[in-house]
Write a protein that binds this ligand. Structure first.
Ligand SMILES: Cc1cc2nc3c(=O)[nH]c(=O)nc-3n(C[C@H](O)[C@H](O)[C@H](O)COP(=O)(O)OP(=O)(O)OC[C@H]3O[C@@H](n4cnc5c(N)ncnc54)[C@H](O)[C@@H]3O)c2cc1C
Length: 482
């Protein structure tokens, strides 16, 4: 049997290593991904402030896969034929991204397929957004390196006495991943203090969240120091303490070289002048076309309008009030039982944070986050299911991990320094609130906690090394949890 995995990010790489460890050598594990290097994306925020370099957060995939016995194809998938076509059985069509064979079209047949292609960074959704236009990004290591250069330059100008306005946040009303913007902001703020130029900067957090601390999960009631504190209060006190302004409920419509145009939930239009901006793009699924056995396109059956792949979730149209935790997928199988979508690639059934519309009809709604820990857990359970399916010759996927039953732990860095740095360590259970089981806040108050402190920074640093160790498949890598 051949298991083909599209994407060597957090979810796909986890699945590939586990499959190789658990399947007999007669079965093939193949990873098809466009990048030669693996990237620990959570540490890109440190690259973006110049605290780490690209080589601290990346490594070459080829030698790791060679050692592990995984076949590596450096290419980007473009089409999937889950029913086979002409004389071929199920296969993926891809374009080589390797220098020697660049753009060469290759077809790779499979028995099981995992779509772990992560996000398409949709900077085009907002004119002027992104590194090819006016704003910076830390979504890829390349972006983060460019951002770090621009940040260095900014500090030099501040040292000469120039006053700057720095805007960090989301570049569209439908963005997700606010945690990354939050972390970049507080690391940048910390770095400005370290460099002695904090007084030269006005820092503004510009976000599509309707209030601070929403994070796309409708906010969190955190148990901290024996008290239950809404994440809004927790976040606001941090922003006030660090003298950072915030604008929430914002949909960025246009970015010029020195101005950001946005509208807010109250329907007002605003313009913000800036000197340096790091704004996240909205995410979509990577462009893939799906065909049936006759060669007819069936992409809309398998992909939602944003391009995310539909799995075993309840996608029937419901109002926000009607959705249930049970709507969330459990096995990540698509309508083709040997095709799975995990991590950011799967289509969430609905918003977790209530979507809001302003009087002009503009929807401003943070999309559900799919952070690293749940993405890796999805990789694990899908690998386990495929091992079971191969061994038992069945199409039942027995391993499950619904985001309505999974918890998440997140350590958000707020300054990278062993003595003066800090991080917010948060746990939340479950990710998707369940008001039947937890009527007050939707989540367990025992397992939903938050603390800020220097110890949090040490944990974040430790996780950086532990996850890179695990991803390099070094001795006993499997002992390190997701
Ligand atoms: C700046 C930043 C900071 C973050 N910080 C945190 C954090 O602190 N904690 C946390 O839990 N989460 C964090 N996240 C989120 C975390 O990175 C994601 O949850 C995680 O990477 C999702 O895993 P994934 O496997 O779905 O996608 P990815 O890790 O993005 O992997 C996708 C893979 O698919 C490949 N691919 C793309 N297109 C194709 C194609 N056509 N064919 C084949 N392969 C393809 C990509 O090259 C990549 O290898 C952060 C995200 C960002 C952007």
């Amino acid at each position: 049997m051949r298991v083909l995995i599209l994407g060597a990010g957090i979810s796909g790489h986890t699945a590939a290593l586990l499959l190789r460890r658990k399947l007999k050598k007669e079965h093939e594990v193949v990873v098809l991904t466009p990048n030669a290097k693996w990237n620990w994306i959570p540490s890109n925020i440190w690259v973006g402030i110049g605290d780490m370099s690209a080589k601290d957060v990346t490594f070459d995939l080829k030698p790791i896969y060679e050692r592990a016995g995984i076949k590596f194809i450096q290419a980007k998938a473009t089409e999937v034929f889950p029913e086979g076509f002409e004389e071929k059985k199920n296969f993926v069509r891809a374009e080589s991204t390797e220098e020697a064979t660049f753009s060469k079209v290759i077809d790779v047949e499979y028995d099981f397929l995992i779509n772990a292609t992560g996000p398409r960074l949709n900077f085009q959704a907002t004119p002027g957004l992104g590194p090819e236009a006016h704003t910076h990004s830390v979504c890829t290591v390349g972006h983060a390196e460019e951002t770090s250069e621009a940040f260095k330059q900014l500090i030099e100008e501040m040292k000469l006495g120039n006053q700057k306005t720095i805007v960090i946040g989301t570049g569209h009303g439908l963005c997700t991943c606010q945690g990354a913007a939050f972390e970049y902001l507080f690391n940048l703020e910390f770095e400005l203090r370290q460099k002695g130029v904090r007084d030269k900067a006005r820092i503004i957090y510009l976000s599509n969240e309707s209030e601070l601390g929403d994070f796309g999960v409708g906010g969190i009631a955190l148990k901290t120091g024996g008290f239950v504190t809404p994440s809004k209060t927790f976040a606001e006190s941090l922003f006030v303490e660090r003298n950072v302004d915030w604008i929430t409920g914002a949909h960025v419509k246009l970015v010029e070289s020195d101005k950001i145009h946005y509208e807010t939930l109250d329907g007002e239009n605003h313009t913000l002048e800036y000197s340096f901006a790091m704004l996240l793009p909205p995410f979509g699924g990577v462009p893939l076309k799906i065909y049936d056995k006759h060669g007819a396109e069936i992409s809309s059956e398998l992909l939602n309008p944003a391009g995310f792949m539909k799995v075993d979730a309840d996608y029937t149209t419901k109002s926000f009030e009607e959705w249930l935790p049970d709507d969330w997928p459990k096995t990540y199988q698509t309508k083709y039982k040997n095709l799975f979508a995990i991590g950011i690639a799967f289509a969430p059934p609905h918003q977790i944070s209530k979507p809001k519309k302003n009087k002009h009809g503009t929807v401003i709604a943070p999309a559900p986050p799919r952070t690293g820990m749940p993405s890796a857990i999805m990789g694990r359970i899908v690998a386990n299911s495929i091992v079971h399916m191969i061994k038992s010759n069945s199409l039942d996927a027995p391993y499950t991990a619904s985001m309505a039953e999974l918890g998440a732990a997140c350590v958000a860095s707020a300054g990278a320094n062993a003595f003066k740095g800090s991080a917010v360590a948060m746990t939340m259970y479950p990710i998707v609130p369940n008001y039947k089981i937890y009527p007050e806040t939707g989540r367990s108050l025992v397992h939903t906690t938050g603390e800020i402190g220097t110890a949090g920074h040490w944990i974040k640093k430790l996780l950086h090394f532990a996850f890179i160790y695990k991803a390099k498949a070094l001795p006993f890598w499997w002992i390190i949890p997701e």
